[in-house]
Design a protein around this ligand. Sequence first.
Ligand SMILES: Cc1cc2nc3c(=O)[nH]c(=O)nc-3n(C[C@H](O)[C@H](O)[C@H](O)COP(=O)(O)OP(=O)(O)OC[C@H]3O[C@@H](n4cnc5c(N)ncnc54)[C@H](O)[C@@H]3O)c2cc1C
Length: 209
Amino acid sequence: MRRTVYTEDHEAFRDTLRSFIEAEVVPHYDEWYEAGIVPKDFYRKLGELGVFGIEVPEEYGGAGIESFKYQAVISEELARAGVSFGGSSVHIALCLPYLTGLATDEQKKRWLPGMAAGEMMFAIAMTEPGTGSDLAGMKTTAKLSDDGTHYVLNGAKTFITGGVNADRVIVCARTAPRRTTTAASASPCSWSTPLWTATPWAASSARSD
Ligand SMILES: Cc1cc2nc3c(=O)[nH]c(=O)nc-3n(C[C@H](O)[C@H](O)[C@H](O)COP(=O)(O)OP(=O)(O)OC[C@H]3O[C@@H](n4cnc5c(N)ncnc54)[C@H](O)[C@@H]3O)c2cc1C
């Protein structure tokens, strides 16, 4: 059956991506899988190819396309080759909408160009050892420091896709005591190395106290 959901532009992107996967991923994939990590430079290559910038607004270095179809093409081509881009799936699909929807202009200028270029990789930390689907049960807290300059996070997070290679992690934390309604916030922060442990991307985990 001929599909009509994609345009010529999508198919041209598919051809480019397929060649890229054959040249840059397939030959290395077993090695990456064994090591449990993708070399960070690989994400820059994805950035150069334009994979991360498709939906990033033009003023922040992307193509500004408001369609998920290119992400669908990426998923199809990865499945076809039986490989993955090593935990980078949430970088754009989950993290970008938080930043375009909630970040200030100054924050967007600071984060989005690096995000599009694959130079600043994002992950999102919602799940906790005791909290999955029901995020209202989240226990991690974010408390404003005494001098008001930063938040202090206290809690544990797990199952963080791409956490092993992340430069910034959007951490969901409670900023007010739990009442009948949920008071939770999400804020990008850098992932301090001594505080986390990471396992292969197939089952990545991270901890932040
Ligand atoms: C491959 C992978 C990648 C992930 N990446 C991330 C990530 O990047 N960041 C992150 O924060 N988390 C991530 N997670 C965690 C994921 O978000 C959680 O696994 C998910 O929220 C479910 O939580 P849980 O595993 O604790 O299951 P639970 O919430 O304990 O659910 C277990 C089962 O109970 C059912 N259930 C739960 N509540 C109810 C209810 N009220 N009524 C009826 N049934 C219910 C569920 O449908 C499910 O079948 C990832 C998980 C996987 C598998």
